[in-house]
Design a protein. Structure first.
Length: 210
């Protein structure tokens, strides 16, 4: 695992269940999952990138009868998710190093899990994830839209280095990966945490053309 991934793992190991509590009231997150559920056939296979504690993403999807594989760099998060959502499968891994067979998933979820990767890696990962979708499959992406590269910030009391794109550039990267953006929403969200401050969240609901 790269130094970059180990730094990300350390942040989320420290946050653990605190992260889940801070983001549990995100209505936009839940709405994007509802959009996804409305598109899935029974028993769909779903990849959850940066699966965290397993809630609400994996828990919502498995409760609807779907087969979820969660991948996260944080061993603490993987342990929490395994205990909280035993119906899903969780692996500690860096998504950049996970073999992904073409057309092997019906859907992919990517909720805020690319922000500690370089722009080049974010683009490359999204291209790989698009290839891992079956034709007609869905991808839901959430990120913090901002024109920043390797910016030192404090996130819920933890020092992190964040990289992202402006909203229109996130859309361009997704389209460059071959996906069609069906729905785009930007909301302001304040994490339920003593150091929480309002931040923009971009949600993209996308489809791989048949």
């Amino acid at each position: 695992m790269t130094d970059e991934a180990q730094r990300a793992a350390a942040v989320f190991d420290a946050l653990g269940a605190t992260y889940e509590k801070a983001f549990a009231h995100s209505e936009a997150h839940l709405a994007s999952l509802e959009w996804l559920l409305g598109r899935l056939a029974a028993g769909s296979r779903i990849l959850d990138v940066g699966s965290g504690t397993g809630r609400p993403t994996a828990s919502t999807l498995t409760a609807a009868g779907h087969d979820v594989l969660g991948v996260d760099v944080s061993p603490v998060m993987v342990d929490l998710a395994t205990r909280q959502v035993p119906q899903a499968t969780f692996r500690r891994a860096d998504i950049r190093e996970v073999p992904l067979e073409e057309g092997s998933f019906d859907a992919v979820c990517v909720y805020f899990s690319l922000l500690q990767l370089t722009r080049a890696d974010q683009s490359a990962v999204l291209e790989r994830l698009a290839r891992a979708l079956r034709p007609g499959g869905s991808l839901v992406l959430a990120t913090v839209p901002a024109d920043v590269e390797d910016l030192a910030i404090e996130f819920m009391g933890q020092p992190v280095r964040a990289t992202s794109f402006a909203a229109e550039d996130v859309v361009a990267v997704v389209r460059g990966a071959g996906l069609v953006v069906d729905r785009e929403e930007v909301v302001e969200f304040t994490p339920d945490h003593p150091s929480g401050a309002a931040e923009p969240h971009l949600f993209l609901c996308c489809t791989l053309p048949v």
